[in-house]
Design a protein around this ligand. Structure first.
Ligand code: ATP
Length: 354
């Protein structure tokens, strides 16, 4: 049973489609992310759900009720913006209490719920501070407490962590997920950060140019991308152009430059031009006569927990990451073989989406 249902949601500005025919069902308690590059329509989608932008076409249903024409303040939705939008002249507690006072919640209950919300985000000791006296991460948590205190049936998060530095961001990701699971609020988050979407979400909605290109759980979005856009936007990948020959008994012969490979394949393609998507961590380096492809090491970078290699191969440039299990044998200028395990490669149609 879906809690939030978007039906053919479309927003046109002049002749341009910011969001096109977007349909999506979100279950009660789910954490879903809208993920895509700048300008793909994520924020417009969120703003239509919040009621700040009127859809050109389509419907929004919450718990079965059509809320498409409702004013923002009649939707009861909690929102956390990228900028936090805290009131600078109010203390932390006053900022959090504001939404309850607007709803004329009795004073005693206000007091209790503000205390609960601040405890949830672990800011109960800072309740009389002003926003200017807080760090970025603390402000972010006040914004979250302010959204959650009204016990919204739906929480919308618009790039909530993008103003935080990398380390704090990672900590807040863990905290945000824990709080969401504890409270159980259905949550829709907009982000252009694929690692954030993968780590926080039950499902990821990948968007490109106003359209949904894949809706999947994080593991599948990463391991089984539908097309080359998803495979290169969700994580890093190597895309190698090739031709697919005859498919027999679930096996296809694939030509990559000078090489022909036999690979398991059971799909249906419109053309024999394909792209092979191979994640850098699924590649292995071997002696030059033991690889599926031969190449030469162009660069090698040490990145702490892994080594990153750039290999020039006759099928194209390849990125290879090897876990740091000690010093590696391969260095710049070496002739190497590049191998992968069966199933590590994904065969995709060339440029299915722009
Ligand atoms: P970002 O990550 O940069 O915020 P986004 O994916 O959230 O991008 P949107 O802000 O939803 O993208 O914008 C989608 C498209 O609609 C863009 O091409 C944008 O220029 C256009 N757009 C958004 N708002 C308006 C507006 N008020 N008038 C005209 N065009 C708009």
């Amino acid at each position: 049973m879906s809690f939030l249902r978007l039906e053919s949601l479309t927003k046109r500005y002049g002749t341009a489609n910011a969001v096109e025919d977007l349909s999506l069902d979100i279950a009660q308690g789910e954490f879903v992310s809208l993920l895509g590059p700048s300008g793909c329509g994520k924020t417009t989608t969120l703003q239509m759900i919040a009621g700040f932008v009127e859809p050109t076409r389509g419907r929004i249903l919450m718990n079965g009720d059509d809320i498409t024409a409702r004013k923002p303040n009649q939707r009861g939705i909690g929102i956390v913006f990228q900028s936090y939008a805290l009131f600078p002249h109010m203390t932390v507690a006053e900022n959090v209490r504001f939404g309850l006072e607007m709803r004329q919640v009795p004073v005693d209950e206000c007091h209790r719920r503000v205390a609960e919300a601040l405890e949830l985000v672990r800011l109960d000791h800072l309740d009389d501070r002003y926003p200017r006296e807080l760090s970025g991460g603390q402000r972010q948590r006040v914004a979250l407490a302010r959204a959650l205190v009204i016990k919204p049936p739906l929480l919308l998060l618009d790039e909530p962590l993008s103003n935080l530095d990398a380390k704090l961001r990672e900590n807040m990701q863990i905290e945000l997920r824990a709080i969401q699971q504890q409270v159980g609020t259905t949550t829709l988050m907009v982000t252009h950060d694929q690692s954030e979407a993968l780590s926080l979400s039950d499902r990821v909605v990948v968007m490109n140019q106003g359209r949904v290109v894949q809706v999947d759980d994080p593991f599948n979005a990463y391991e089984r991308p539908n097309d080359t856009f998803v495979s290169s936007f969700v994580g890093k990948t190597n895309l190698l152009a090739g031709d697919i020959g005859s498919v027999q008994d679930g096996n296809a012969s694939i030509t990559l430059g000078d090489y022909t490979l036999e690979m398991p394949f059971a799909g249906d393609l419109h053309s024999n031009r394909i792209q092979l998507s191979i994640r850098p961590e699924k590649l292995e380096l071997t002696d030059s006569d033991n690889g599926h492809l031969q190449g030469k090491v162009r660069t090698r970078l040490f990145l702490g927990n892994h080594w990153l290699y750039q290999i020039d191969s006759s099928a194209g440039e390849l990125l290879v990451t090897l876990p740091n299990l000690g010093p590696t044998d391969f260095t710049v200028g070496d002739e190497v073989g590049v191998r992968w395990q069966p199933g590590a490669v994904r065969i995709l149609e060339e440029q299915a989406h722009g």
